[in-house]
Design a protein around this ligand. Sequence first.
Ligand code: GRF
Length: 202
Amino acid sequence: MKLKIGVFASHGGSNMQAIIDGCKSGEINGEVTVVICNNSKAKALERAKNEKIPFYHISSTKYVEQEEHDKEILRTLKKHDVNIIALAGYMKKLGEKVLKKYENRVLNIHPALLPKYGGKGMYGLNVHKAVIAAKEKQTGATVHLVNEAYDEGDILKSVIVPVLDDDTPESLAQRVIIQEHKLYVKTLSEISKGNILIGKHR
Ligand code: GRF
C-alpha cells in the first residue's frame, strides 16, 4: 500500500525529517503529503517548507472549540489524501472525531519502552530522567497506535537502548533519538509492505 502520510509535529521535527528522508530513499513506499503543526514557531514547519511539503498551522487559539478544531484537521487531511497519520512530537491531543475517522491508522513514537514511562507528564527529558532515577539498565523507543488513552494503544515495534552508568538525561536522549528515527522509518516501511497491519485490517 502506498502510504500518504500526514505528519503532526510541535517542535523540532527530527522524526518527521527521518520519515521524509525514508520516503525519498524508497525505504518507505509512501510520501508525506502534509504537515500539521499546533505551534507556529516549530522548526518542523521550516523543514516542511524546505521540503516543499504543504504545511498548516492549526492552532487551538484559532479553533477554540474541539469540534471546529477536529473539523479543520479532518478537512486538511482529506484535502491531502492522507491514509495514515504519524504523530512526531505532537504535544496536543487529537480529538475523538479524528481518532474515529483514522481508527488504527494513527501512529505515535515514544522515547521509552512502553508501557513503562508513558502517560501524563512523560515527555521530553522527563522520560529519560525517570529512567535514570529508576536505575534502569535499558530503555528504548516504541512506535504504537494511538487510541484515546494515548500511550496505551497497540505496540507496533520497539527498539532497546542500553542505559550507561554515566548517562545523563541529555546523553541518553541523544542516543535514544537516533534509534527513534530508524525505528519510525522501519515501522512505516513494514506497514507499506503489508508486514504490519493497520486500519481495518487489524
Ligand atoms: C521524540 O523524542 C518523540 O519520541 C517524542 O517527541 C520527540 C520529538 O522529537 N514523542 P522531534 O520533534 O521529532 O525531534
